[in-house]
Design a protein around this ligand. Structure first.
Ligand code: HEM
Length: 257
């Protein structure tokens, strides 16, 4: 088995299996960790701008990739959409969305790397997945000069055949992308790696976002003091009933513990 077959014929199935199984297992076992890990409280203005640009761009790219790669070629032909028009749409719309997403992504990455408070509250995974997505955006945008050399759309058909071949379990699917330019191969390989890493990162919020987030007023659920009913001081601290959680608790005052 050659390297092309391993990366584009076997790896897609490993990535998709880890994506599906990993997401189900994480949702089942660690629902409290199923979140975007918002840092909204810190440096909000930069977050707003970066996040809006990044999310709008990435969502457009996601929709474009999904429809563009997985719609059967026969459907475009039946609708009389020339391959050259589809290729130009991918370049122009994908390019604009990519430019938007990378601007937002760089703002978010700058904020995460250079704001000491956000850096201190970020996990390695938070920063790494953002850096990987920005790298993927660079590679995606880097495909455009190559796609411009194939405006008739014949190169794009290879990617469609490959993606659809993978989803229909065609043994020779990897062959479709055997001779494409290195930047496409790097983009496809990193794309599959993102799918593989997905269940282990904050990206999981994508799966629940359409269901749980859209109806929400803010981005982060923050319980404000103003919303809390006023209680007499003596009754307030719940932890006073749990000696171990009391700040002043010590073995001396509670020998029984
Ligand atoms: C397994 C996942 C992915 C696959 C298979 C994939 C595939 C492709 C292909 C084949 C192209 C070239 C389209 C053409 O001009 O014919 C492309 C372009 C591009 N990709 Fe991806 N991609 C993946 C993930 C991503 C991700 C996660 C991002 C962004 C974070 C991204 C961003 C872009 C951008 C900006 C372009 C250039 C504009 C365009 O042609 O649409 N891709 N991708």
């Amino acid at each position: 088995m050659d390297l092309n077959q391993i990366v584009f014929g076997v790896y897609p199935y490993i990535a998709l299996s880890v994506l599906a199984l990993g997401s189900v297992i994480r949702f089942d076992r660690e629902q409290y960790s199923w979140r975007s890990g918002s840092s909204q409280l810190l440096r909000r203005r930069q977050l707003m701008l970066g996040s809006v640009l990044f999310h709008l761009g990435v969502l457009a790219i996601f929709a474009g990739h999904f429809v563009g790669l997985l719609t059967p070629i026969a459907v475009f032909d039946a609708l009389h959409v020339p391959h050259s028009a589809k290729q130009m749409l991918a370049i122009v719309a994908g390019g604009l969305a990519g430019a938007m997403a990378i601007t937002g992504g760089l703002i978010l990455l700058h904020r995460r790397l250079f704001d000491p408070r956000i850096r201190a509250t970020s996990t390695f995974g938070d920063t790494a997945i953002l850096a990987i997505l920005v790298t993927q955006l660079c590679l995606g945008l880097g495909t455009i000069p190559f796609s411009l050399q194939h405006r008739d759309g014949h190169e794009m058909l290879k990617f469609m055949n490959w993606a659809q071949g993978i989803f229909t379990f065609q043994a020779g699917a990897a062959g479709y992308v055997a001779d494409v330019a290195w930047v496409f191969k790097a983009h496809l390989a990193l794309g599959m790696t993102i799918l593989l890493l997905f269940p282990f990162t904050r990206l999981v919020h994508m799966l629940s976002a359409p269901v749980w987030y859209l109806n929400r007023r803010g981005w982060q659920l923050v319980r404000s003091k103003r919303d809390m009913p006023r209680r007499p001081l003596a009754a307030a601290p719940v932890y006073s009933a749990i000696p171990a959680a009391r700040p002043s608790a010590s073995p001396k005052t509670h020998p029984a513990e």
